[in-house]
Write a protein that binds this ligand. Structure first.
Ligand SMILES: *[C@@H]1O[C@H](CO)[C@@H](O)[C@H](O)[C@H]1NC(C)=O
Ligand SMILES: *[C@@H]1O[C@H](CO)[C@@H](O)[C@H](O)[C@H]1NC(C)=O
Ligand SMILES: *[C@@H]1O[C@H](CO)[C@@H](O)[C@H](O)[C@H]1NC(C)=O
Ligand SMILES: *[C@@H]1O[C@H](CO)[C@@H](O)[C@H](O)[C@H]1NC(C)=O
Ligand SMILES: *[C@@H]1O[C@H](CO)[C@@H](O)[C@H](O)[C@H]1NC(C)=O
Ligand SMILES: *[C@@H]1O[C@H](CO)[C@@H](O)[C@H](O)[C@H]1NC(C)=O
Ligand SMILES: *[C@@H]1O[C@H](CO)[C@@H](O)[C@H](O)[C@H]1NC(C)=O
Length: 598
């Protein structure tokens, strides 16, 4: 094959000199997308509007990084737990020197000196602020101001861009271009629960869960820290590695974590934690207003349950970017980057990020451009290889829009065809993270809104092949043919309670639910598992899935009831073994602790 390629390029070379085919410097399309539903083009972007261009250069040895990730995360491998250092990861994602040279040269051809660019530590990202007029020349495109019809939010994007043919192999993606993931596409996944609509009670004072734990009967209608500790067999565990262990929560979209609400929550549910708070870091202009009437329900839910379950483990809260209030005629220079890129740039630059991190935000996978999804997912792999466990909520629309009615369902493909198709969530669909679905009541069943299904972008990873095949083999032949990708990464991996959580919000207790509640719950328990390992001198767990799908199964309680309607269907059914609603099941901390210390 190699010989053939060399031969054919000789042929091509000959041909082009004879008939003057397009020059290798001619721009050819790098990426083109359909505009996600709901965005309307307003006007051309002002020529002097400044964009923060970021060029993602190919991560030359990513395959090696991926292999290292799988080896250090596989409990049966010799390298288990031997996580890579920041520098080792950086050397694996560093671009080829030829790429660095080619990119510098190309930037210089547009008058951009090396000295005005900034670079990520691995040099796999080059950043430079340029006016729209120059960006348009470089990318042979036209930027427009787009407006989100429903929210009125605006941003500057394009639907396609080009690079000179000879640069395609040196630049994997350019942002901000085709990702409309901000400000509203990035949805939080909480929902209000109706506290009054209490679940039925058997009249007993306690309930036995499927794993055999005994839980207070009130937990069937209101979830507190104590309920989760009882249900998931945590009771009695005391963290001991709080000098080295940390837990992180990400915040986006002006979701402010309120300290006064956290204190009220502790007074209500964990009095010994009163007076403790968290380390807040602002990324790219993110804020954390402590005005009680600006507290965010998503941020409050996440920090209260993640920090409450892992207390006194130090908690970190990152608030990334503000909404870019782009007003075309004000020539604003606000950051218009995509959200995960900013957060990743920061967290990858930190020498020792928290070992456990939970994110309760996501997008419809189909609205995330392919190159962006792949690159972002690859960045999560870097964190996993460094020993960080990443938890993401799986979404709150069942297999798509949460609508079982075929007449009103909204699951349309974003490829111009408007075909009906299930809509998985990203980043939950990335194979290098742990996706968390939601259950309800005791004994637990899948809650009807829990996001789940199969990625249309990422193939089924090896660690999951058996579990997914066994689920699909039991689906009646032809089920949902054409609605999902049976070769895709299955979502979620695990699950936890996700409704009727008692959270303090703007001074009052309220009830909320969502896979937004499930992810910080699992993160809180994973952080305790890391505590158990760190206090025995063992490395942290890092990327969890290779463990979960093997030894971990014995420490999870299978959830076998419930379905997740959406896209005009009844969705999938929970079953024995892995299923695309509750994954492998819910945690049994006591058993998992024995497994991870064995
Ligand atoms: C918990 O609530 C569910 C849903 O209403 C109900 O089916 C179940 O019987 C309740 N469990 C107990 C032990 O009361
Ligand atoms: C918060 O974390 C940052 C980054 O690790 C650190 O530099 C800072 O000192 C911490 N702040 C507090 C108050 O602990
Ligand atoms: C707190 O926030 C509310 C809502 O944004 C605002 O109306 C009020 O003026 C703020 N209070 C203070 C003291 O800033
Ligand atoms: C956006 O830009 C405006 C005008 O330059 C500025 O007042 C505002 O603080 C900026 N917002 C953010 C979140 O950076
Ligand atoms: C798809 O739906 C949009 C409205 O959401 C409509 O404008 C477009 O014409 C439809 N395309 C096809 C091929 O039906
Ligand atoms: C779910 O279970 C119901 C009831 O047993 C069955 O009718 C349906 O076909 C199942 N659906 C799937 C997708 O397995
Ligand atoms: C809870 O965890 C302990 C180990 O810490 C284990 O011995 C016990 O069986 C577990 N309880 C249940 C009900 O699974």
């Amino acid at each position: 094959m190699k010989g053939f390629a060399a031969w054919s390029s000789v042929l091509l070379g000959l041909t082009s000199s004879v008939i003057a085919a397009p020059s290798k410097y001619a721009p050819t399309i790098k990426e083109a997308v359909e505009v996600p539903r709901g965005w309307v083009r307003v006007s051309p972007a002002p020529a002097d509007h400044v964009v923060d261009l970021r060029f993602g250069l190919p991560q030359h040895n990513f395959k090696q990084l991926e292999q290292a990730l799988y080896e250090v995360s596989d409990p049966f491998h010799d390298r288990y737990g031997q996580h890579l250092s920041k520098e080792e990861v950086e050397s694996l994602v560093a671009p080829h020197p030829k790429t660095l040279e080619a990119v510098d040269e190309w930037l210089a051809s547009h008058g951009i000196a090396k000295s005005i660019c900034s670079r990520s530590p691995a040099k796999d990202w080059v950043m430079v602020k340029v006016p729209v007029s120059l960006a348009e020349k470089m990318l042979d495109t036209t930027y427009h101001v787009w407006k989100h019809a429903e929210s009125g939010d605006t941003l500057v994007r394009t639907t396609s861009y080009s690079l000179p043919a000879h640069m395609h192999e040196h630049i994997e993606l350019v942002t901000p271009t085709t990702y409309f993931g901000r400000p509203k596409g990035l949805a939080t996944t909480f929902r209000w629960s109706d506290a009054q609509a209490s679940l039925a009670s058997s009249g007993e004072s306690s309930i036995r869960s499927a794993s055999g734990t005994v839980v207070d009967a009130s937990c069937n209608s209101t979830i507190t820290l104590t309920c989760l500790q009882e249900l998931y067999n945590v009771t009695g565990y005391t963290p001991a590695a709080t000098d080295v262990n940390k837990i992180g929560i990400t915040g986006y979209l002006e979701q402010y974590a309120n300290i006064q609400d956290l204190q009220s929550f502790y007074a209500d549910q964990l009095p010994k934690a009163e007076g403790s708070t968290f380390n807040y870091t602002s990324i790219k202009g993110g804020q954390n207003s402590q005005n009680l009437s600006e507290a965010g329900i998503e941020a409050n839910l996440d920090v209260q349950f993640a920090y409450g379950l892992s207390w006194p483990t130090p908690g970190y809260f990152w608030s990334t970017g503000g909404r870019p209030p782009f007003i075309p005629d004000l020539r604003t220079v606000n950051n218009t980057n995509e959200p995960y890129a900013d957060w990743l740039e920061y967290v990858l630059s930190v020498p020792n990020p928290p070992q456990t991190i939970s994110t309760s935000y996501g997008d419809d996978e189909q609205t995330v451009p392919l190159s962006y999804a792949i690159r972002t997912c690859a960045s999560f792999a870097q964190l996993g290889a460094r020993g960080v466990s990443l938890l993401f909520s799986s979404g709150d629309g069942g297999v798509g829009d949460g609508d079982a009615n075929p007449a009103t369902q909204q699951c349309k493909t974003n490829d111009g065809r408007n075909a009906t198709r299930f809509i998985p969530a990203f980043p939950a669909s990335c194979p290098y993270v742990t996706a968390v679905g939601a259950t309800v009541s005791i004994p637990e069943k899948a809650v009807d809104f829990t996001g789940g299904g199969f990625s249309n972008v990422f193939p089924t990873p090896l660690y999951q092949v058996g579990a997914v095949a066994s689920y699909l083999a039991r689906l009646p032949a032809g089920t949902y043919q054409g609605l999902y990708n049976k070769f895709g990464r299955g979502i979620p991996d695990v699950s936890a309670q996700g409704d009727y959580f008692r959270v303090w919000y703007r001074g009052n207790p309220v009830h909320v639910g969502g896979t937004s509640a499930s992810s910080p719950t699992v993160a809180g328990l994973v952080s305790l598992l890391n505590d158990a390992r760190l206090s025995k001198g063992l490395p942290p767990l890092g990327f969890l899935n290779p463990l979960l799908y093997t030894k971990g199964v014995a420490g999870l309680t299978d959830v076998t009831e419930g379905n997740n309607p959406g896209c005009g269907t009844q969705g999938f059914n929970a079953t024995t073994g892995w299923d695309p609603l509750t994954g492998l099941g819910t945690p049994n901390f006591g058993k998992l602790k024995e497994i991870v210390l064995a």
